[in-house]
Design a binder for this molecule. Sequence first.
Ligand SMILES: [Zn+2]
Length: 472
Amino acid sequence: MSEKKRVAAYCRVSSNLEGQQSSMKLQQKVYEEKIGANPDWELVAVYSDEGATGTMVKKRYGFMQMMEDASEGLIDVIITKSISRFARNTLECLESIRELQEYGVQLIFEKEGITTGEAFSEMVLTIMAAFAQEESRSLSENLKWGIRKRYEQGIDRWVCVYGYTSNEKGKYQIVEEEAEVVRAAYHLYDSGKSMGWIADYFTKQGIPSPGRKRWDASNISVFLNNEKYVGDIRLQKKYTVDHMEHKEIKNDGKVPSYYIKEHHTPIIDRKTYDRVQVIKSMRMRGKNQDATGHIQYPFGDYVICPHCGEPLIQRKLEIQDAGSYLCCENEACGQFILLSSFVSKAIMEAYKQLDLQMLTKKLEAQNEEQRAQAAYALEYKKTYPEFPTVEYYWLDDLIERVEPGKHTTMPIVAKMLKGKGGYVEDDRTISIYWRCGIKTTVFSGVKKDKDMPQCVKSLVLAKKERQQIERA
Ligand SMILES: [Zn+2]
């Protein structure tokens, strides 16, 4: 008997705004009345969520409930105010819409005047969703103009990229066997291999190259530089200079370009992608390379000065094959100095000592983030019980900060003093604070007089003086 459409509404308000509580109730009331006023409609429910800010909402229970009810065939139509209220980003928006379409649910965006359905253009929505996403980040009018213009010109055309194919709707679809190759390239590069090495490896493995010839470093470079693998796209990367010849040149900033995040399903997770970009720029600068050509990864900002808390800076020590040292360059501080090799060894030792039982216990921590990090660290420990070198990738994944002791005790007591955490804090120790909330303190290994900060400092100063004399 019921020819009526079962209609639901979805609304979301920001809870950091004053008076939001009433705003939520008001929105619900408006929708209830609106749906009730239409004789062809029957109200299912008004689903709602409130969150700190538009893009920061973590769990949207109202939204999740709505999707569940839709999957059970309880809803025909969903009304929502705008794209930016409906979804937190482009990808989520498109995925939810596709899912709802599968359930035969029609979606109405009031502000944009879009109704999903047979004649609905997914491309318009892609643009609109990206637009809404960027709008919430308050980008300039200039950029908005960029997409609009581009949309008018219909330039969002398919560009062939290894690892993806376009489906009948012109959307990016992952080609799994190619995606595996891309992932392998990122993984190998991330763990210290060069682009040339990876190309040779792929050739030896008999993997067909994108160019049908053998693999070379430029293929790998293209992989590592392409933002499409992390799910983003850059519009207007190239622009046409000569319309007659259709010659395209690289966009060097003359034309506004537009970067859309989370445009399609990624092959590489963002963390790995970002890290690879850092490693690439490091290698390009040719820094941190020792005599054997092995790249010395810097400790980033992880190691901090025990006196002032500022990150220690890594510098090359051109004396006695000593490698590099870490020092505090805060003028007001006592200029703490420690050889990098001690820090590396201590980190490796601490990792070795990282106890599986302790990690397992952390899986029940109060803090959700710590539980996740503990699970991650456990995975690491099971795969790699020890590491022979400190590499950027695991340092970055597991460590929150590294804090050396003050190394001020003179004369040196070789015997380790048993304290609360195993050793006396203010001494020749290095403490590693793991992301999962565990702290491991180990002996720094600084034993001889020449290893102490004061002595390293005098060596460095002596070297500088000698250079000045040589120059003069
Ligand atoms: Zn300092």
